[in-house]
Design a protein around this ligand. Sequence first.
Ligand SMILES: Nc1ncnc2c1ncn2[C@@H]1O[C@H](COP(=O)(O)OP(=O)(O)OP(=O)(O)O)[C@@H](O)[C@H]1O
Ligand SMILES: [Mg+2]
Length: 385
Amino acid sequence: MQAVGELTGGMAHDFNNLLMAVQGNLEFLRSGIEGDAKQEKYLDTAMRAVGRGTDLTRRLLAFSRKQLLQPEPTAINDLVSDMLELIRRSIGPSIDVSVDLDAAVGKALVDPALLENALLNLSINARDAMPQGGSLRIESGMTTQASGFGGQDVVLQPGDYIMIAVHDTGTGMPPDVLERVFEPFYSTKETGKGTGLGLAMVYGFIKQSGGHIEIKSTVGEGTGVYLYLPVGEGAAPVNNAVPDTDEPLRGGEETILVVEDDPPVRDVIVGVLRQWGYDVKEAPNAFIAKQLIRDGLRPEMLLTDIIQPQGSNGIELADATVQYDPDCAILLMSGFSNKLLDLAENNALPYPLLTKPFSHEDLVRKVRFILDDRVETNLPGSGRL
Ligand SMILES: Nc1ncnc2c1ncn2[C@@H]1O[C@H](COP(=O)(O)OP(=O)(O)OP(=O)(O)O)[C@@H](O)[C@H]1O
Ligand SMILES: [Mg+2]
């Protein structure tokens, strides 16, 4: 497990940089073939393959408990209720969906987007176990656990946990299957139907969130998957999401210092930002970036990769840049690496993050959003005015 985790974390970084270079350049090609349906079809196919590669890396990271989570106090009953429509649509009309939510259930400290993803995965497994139809029931409740809770893997603090269970009336699993379901790539589905990463991913995510997962299953009767999550209040982390809006993309004329050691990736980022009007300066590492700033460069934004060769890193560079100029906006980028989790305290980074691979649109939106946000937050009493 440990070894797989290390390997995945190391590979994901390189893999996401590769995907980023492929995706970024494919997107440049698009403007040249607009209106040519055949060429566009080839491009769409290639882009879909990039999407699958991205998804696969994300799942492997989840399994090896190496994701950057964004836990926040999440009202569990609301999250389940808000998902029902999506679940119903995903599993089809032959399965009856019901809920049994305990009003005593409050907030759990968990990454809401990943919890939704986990519940969707469990619902799809339930659907696959009920080819002739059946019923799916999502239950929530409070539980108090004694010491020793959490299995042999990680021992958890005794105390209160929020339980969410997904029950189905499907085929159930014999003991030899049940024993192996959390193994990555273990699937009883036909080749091409399942990657066998669904439960491995849910398992990794729940464990990394400080929770626990159990399955009870009887052949011919059905299965119940029980998730236990830590109860929690706490501060919401920096929001790393790309703003979800239909507004037209906007560029700008600000100076942006781009720090990225991978040349093809740097070329994509610099190319896109120049296309949108920005005055872009580039550096291959934090060392050279610091030099530029010491020599008087004052960018409005520092856009920097976090993990860099030669022992430096983007967070340290961001801290140093902000010392020179507190008004400089910071945006971090990363394709992920094991080292990232060491840098992130409680899984949270001190500055907003754009995860690789990202699209041209993600980049342009996020950069504009952070720059505008900076102007708003810096206006009152800003030393600049
Ligand atoms: N609710 C369930 N009822 C019966 N069997 C299940 C259920 N959930 C999982 N399984 C069994 O566990 C195996 C592993 O599940 P997992 O979700 O990890 O992978 P998968 O569903 O086969 O593929 P993927 O989720 O990647 O599409 C399944 O192939 C199936 O045999
Ligand atoms: Mg599955």
